[in-house]
Design a protein around this ligand. Sequence first.
Ligand code: HEC
Length: 131
Amino acid sequence: MNKILIASTVILLASSHAGVAADHPGKSTYDSVCAACHKGGVLNAPKHGQTPKWKKLAREGFNDLVGNALVGVRQMPAKGGKMELTDMQVAWAVHYLVTTSDARFPEPTEEKVKAARADGEKRAAKRAAKK
Ligand code: HEC
């Protein structure tokens, strides 16, 4: 009896976890746009699932990662090259990419995304001025 209970609890937990990933608001954007580079590491993009790499990047903070994803940085095109994506969709895709690589990352809000874009633009302007 106990064994059955434990087994069904494990199945329940496993399926609810999978459910969260499948319903993640950034998953479809990741699958359709970002995976093209981040799945296989095209152009040296940090690969999906490379936990140490994403943990290190996540420590740079929300403004840095989301700002760079929105505005572009080096070989990373702004919004992954899909300009019709909203800033919020890109931010959720970053959240999906980082958290499903087993690193922690804060959930985006309208305010945080606005601040991240401003930050990304400021850094891009500085880089451009140096060239
Ligand atoms: C054309 C290939 C390509 C696509 C498509 C792409 N990326 Fe990237 N991405 C890169 C590369 C290359 C880097 C590494 C840039 C560097 O640091 O030189 C990168 C870096 C990043 C970073 C780390 C930025 C930092 O601060 O170091 C994030 C976050 C990111 N991408 C998110 C995304 C998201 C979200 C999408 C989809 C909306 C996406 N990328 C689509 C190539 C791509």
